[in-house]
Design a protein around this ligand. Structure first.
Ligand code: UGA
Length: 348
């Protein structure tokens, strides 16, 4: 199988590429703006990389859509701070650029495996979000945070419509707060524009206060990336064509915790680390109002738990890595990276 991954250096892209190269005979053609997370893949003969931009290298993309069997457009802005700061940038990249790729998949009749998102459920009141039943609930236009959810939802609907009319074969997957090594860069965290787990790691390293937005009562189900990638591998393999034109949540409902619980657990893991046991001084855990932290265009999502009945049934898959192990592996990998690139601590 030949797989085209746009955004191959991203969090999901590079973990997936490593797993494909290590466990299958598939070939990967990847494009991204940079290659810093791809070290081990770059020397594999089954991996070809182009340093390029989805907005510029259109001919390369079209040629590879034609050439490959499965297309994974993983390029997107996926951090809430940026939804509020640069909604037009989110729309252009997450919607327009990706729509072009989807249209090429239609033109060349290629299978697309597309990253939808847990964010499409928005403020859905269901205790567990179901792919084929739950309502997708977003806030008013002035709350610009929802632009990401809406862009992704509209693409889901476009892809679904092409699929049901017989113009496209697709699988939409919805990651629920995947975490793991190299989630976001610590430099982005310095500016306060990372997802919560990287943000808290950066604060712990810099001895800056960990801030709980609106008290940290909001809950998420954190999913270790290895579990997520295992599900994605099964989607790509598509045994008995089970994933054709399906939407599948990929998350770990057993790992649900509030952001406040997350902060305390992460601080404990950091304080128990052999290099930090004797630091003597650690980040305090404080509170901040959402409008102050993110700006007035923000609105939070208070609960977000996936139903994974469909993933279990279609993929014969079960997440296995519990919350504490997931966080320990993630924190330790960031600390190791910081160690091997001395000075990062100061720079971040
Ligand atoms: C994320 C992002 O939108 C995407 O990465 C993705 O599509 C999706 O969710 C997902 O991974 O499933 P969210 O979970 O709200 O959205 O983003 P985080 O930045 O990880 O924040 C989680 C929670 O922590 C939010 O309630 C936020 O207010 C809170 N937070 C964040 C804090 O309390 N303090 C901080 O310093 C940062």
């Amino acid at each position: 199988m030949k797989i085209l991954i746009l955004g191959v250096n991203g969090f999901i892209g590079h973990h997936l590429t490593n797993r494909i190269l290590a466990t299958t005979d598939w070939r990967v053609y990847g494009m991204d703006l940079s290659e810093d997370r791809l070290e081990s893949a770059l020397c594999n003969p089954r991996f070809q990389f182009l340093e390029g931009d989805i907005a510029i290298n259109r001919e390369w993309i079209e040629y590879h859509v034609k050439k490959c069997d499965v297309i994974m457009p993983l390029v997107a802005i996926a951090t809430p701070k940026l939804y509020v700061e640069d909604p037009i940038g989110v729309y252009n990249l997450d919607f327009e650029m990706n729509l072009n790729v989807v249209k090429q998949c239609v033109k060349y009749r290629k299978r697309v495996v597309f990253p939808s998102t847990s964010e499409v459920y928005g403020a859905c009141p269901d205790p567990e979000f179901s792919e084929d039943e739950s309502f997708l609930v977003v806030g008013p236009i002035q709350k610009e945070r929802w632009i990401y959810s809406c862009c992704k939802q509209l693409l889901d609907r476009v892809i679904y419509a092409y699929g049901t009319r017989g113009h496209l074969e697709f699988t939409l997957f919805r990651p629920f707060n995947w975490i793991g090594p190299r989630l976001d860069s610590l430099y982005a965290a310095k500016e306060g524009s990372s997802r919560v787990v990287t943000q808290f790691i950066a604060e712990l390293l810099m001895r800056r206060p960990i801030t709980l937005v609106d008290g940290g009562r909001q809950k998420r189900c954190f999913t270790y990336v290895d579990d997520g990638i295992a599900a994605l591998m099964k989607i790509l393999a598509n045994k008995d064509d089970r994933c054709r034109n399906e939407i599948i949540n990929i998350g770990n409902p057993d790992n649900e915790c509030s952001v406040a619980e997350l902060a305390h657990l992460m601080k404990k893991i950091f304080m128990d680390h052999p290099d930090h046991r004797r630091d003597g001084e650690y980040s305090e855990i404080t509170e901040v109002a959402a409008a102050e932290y993110y700006g007035k265009g923000y609105q939070d999502i208070y609960t977000r738990k996936p139903s994974i009945a469909k993933a279990r049934k279609l993929l014969d898959w079960e997440p296995a890595i519990d919350l504490e192990t997931s966080l320990t592996k993630t924190i330790y990998s960031f600390l190791e990276e910081n160690e091997t690139h001395p000075g990062t601590e100061d720079r971040c």
